[in-house]
Design a protein around this ligand. Structure first.
Ligand code: CS2
Length: 493
């Protein structure tokens, strides 16, 4: 009998890319001539599927100044595997049966800050680099949730203040690079994390950090460095063995850094750059004078509903956002939360139809092929909830308006943290450094009324201003329903 041999698939590299199917879009420019104009901190999938794709389009139009040096701050693996692939990776946009794959060449290098710190600092100091972008997650900026200022109690921040030349934090790395930049070399930091006023926040924290050890540096950051606010949007699920295998079938090459994400992408950036920038508008970005209405719309409607789906989904044993949207109770709850409660709190950016935006969002959430895990979105709730839900809730309560779906979402999250188990009794995996303290203060109480009050008094999440007692009572009733019948019972009422 003839023996069947399994064909080994070659790893993705500059050389093997020639053998990929013709349908795979690839860099048509000379990568050897690409210069390094951008440093990016936080080399996760989101950056590679978002800002890097906008930059790739600008480079493809012939502006070779904007090669990206990607820096991983925590995870050595991503920079290692990208380096092994000549810094190439693929992005497949997928919705239902439609898919489009391209290989991105914009990345010029991939470094791991803990190992190659000198190179990272030198790159930020290089006058040819005009922009540093960042996606380090909400918790990556060393901000104290209680005060919104620099977290001076954080061990890594204290380390960096004592040793500013061998920093560990995002702020420390940025400041060390800026400190070495020659005068008169303009630099812009573009924060691309999901925070309201993200650029303003980054500048404030960086100035507070620099003020601890070098006041001249702090003044320089205040006056010379550009920090535009930006709104970023694209749903990019974390890779799985299945998504890597699926990308491999399209490429006929093995890409360990392959991304499978939705086709939709949006980037709105304030046009406040200290120096040159890529013509990202030619790649579809919107450069505008005020990003705040776009940020509020996106953070409340997309991310706010996403978080509610994540906790309800986790409690009801639903693995993905699409599963949650197809669930009669959870899907209905998500739609009402977005269309009734959250939509009413959003002022439309000029020329925007917010209801049409919501309907498009719901279709994006229903994308059956995305496999976006509720557990991924559920991470770091103590950082996300204060941005995504609480401003809308505060404003509404101050105007005497109840938001029944949003209040149920909040109760669901608190129950998820305090119970640590889903409706079926199965233990939940909770990944959030701030969660234990909030859960503990609820568990210390003897009844739902005290648990609701204890949660609302937890300042790092709920702030210093008191919450109305009638709201606390409603929250307590929801907690009671959750304790007795789980999330399905709460949503069924
Ligand atoms: C999600 C976001 O994980 C999460 O918290 O809500 O990553 C979301 O997918 C993106 O902001 C979409 O732009």
């Amino acid at each position: 009998m003839p023996s069947s041999t399994v064909q080994e698939v070659a790893p993705l590299s500059a050389r093997s890319l020639h053998g990929a199917p013709a349908s795979v879009v690839r860099p048509a420019y000379d990568r050897a001539r690409l210069r390094n104009g951008i440093v990016h901190l936080g080399l996760g999938a989101f950056h590679r599927a978002h800002q890097a794709c906008y930059t790739e389009a600008v480079i493809a139009q012939g502006d070779l100044r904007w090669g990206i040096l990607g820096v991983s701050l925590r995870d050595a693996r991503v920079s290692e595997l990208l380096s092994a692939q000549d810094n190439l990776y693929s992005v497949t946009e997928r919705h239902g049966d439609e898919a489009r794959t391209r290989v991105v060449g914009a990345l010029k290098g991939a470094l791991f800050a803990r190992k190659e710190l000198g190179q990272v600092i030198a790159a930020i100091a290089d006058p040819a680099v005009a922009i540093v972008t960042s996606t380090v997650t909400e918790k990556g900026y060393s901000q104290s949730p209680a005060t919104a200022d620099l977290d001076l109690d954080d061990a890594d921040v204290r380390h960096d203040i004592a040793h500013p030349d061998s920093p560990r934090t995002t702020l420390g790395v940025l400041a060390a690079g800026i400190r070495r930049r020659p005068a008169g070399a303009p630099l812009t930091l573009v924060c691309c994390d999901n925070m309201a006023g993200n650029g303003d926040t980054l500048r404030k924290l960086l100035v507070q950090y620099a003020d601890q050890f070098d006041t001249r540096l702090a003044r320089r950051i205040e006056t010379e460095i550009g920090c535009p606010n930006s709104m970023v949007d694209r749903i990019v699920p974390a890779a799985t063995q299945a998504s890597l295998a699926w990308a491999e079938a399209r490429l006929v090459l093995r890409d360990e850094a392959a991304i499978v994400c939705e086709p939709f992408t949006q980037w709105v950036i304030e046009d406040r750059f200290a120096g040159p920038r890529p013509a990202w508008e030619d790649a579809g970005a919107l450069l505008t004078s005020d990003v705040r209405p776009y940020q509020a719309m996106k953070l409340r409607l997309l991310n706010g509903t996403h978080s509610a789906i994540a906790y309800a989904g986790q409690l009801c044993g639903l693995e993905t956002v699409a599963d949650a949207m197809a669930h009669p109770l959870v899907g209905g709850f998500a739609r009402r939360l977005m269309l009734e409660d959250l939509c009413a709190t959003v002022a439309a950016p000029a020329g925007y139809d917010v209801r049409a935006y919501c309907h498009d969002l719901l279709k994006r959430f229903e994308n059956p092929t995305l496999q976006h895990r509720t557990q991924q979105i559920a991470m770091d709730g103590t950082q996300k909830v204060p941005v995504r839900w609480l401003p809308a809730l505060r404003e509404s309560l101050a105007a005497g308006i109840e938001r029944p779906q949003l209040e149920r979402a909040l109760a669901g999250w608190l129950h998820y943290l305090a119970a640590g188990r889903g409706d079926s009794g199965a233990p939940l995996v909770i990944s959030d450094p701030g969660a234990a303290a909030l859960a503990a203060c609820m568990r210390e109480t003897g009844n739902d009324t005290d648990a609701a009050k204890a949660a609302l008094a937890h300042r790092p999440v709920f702030g210093t201003q008191p919450w109305p007692s009638a709201f606390a009572d409603r929250l307590a009733r929801h907690l009671c329903a959750l304790r007795q019948g789980g999330m399905t019972a709460l949503l069924a009422t």
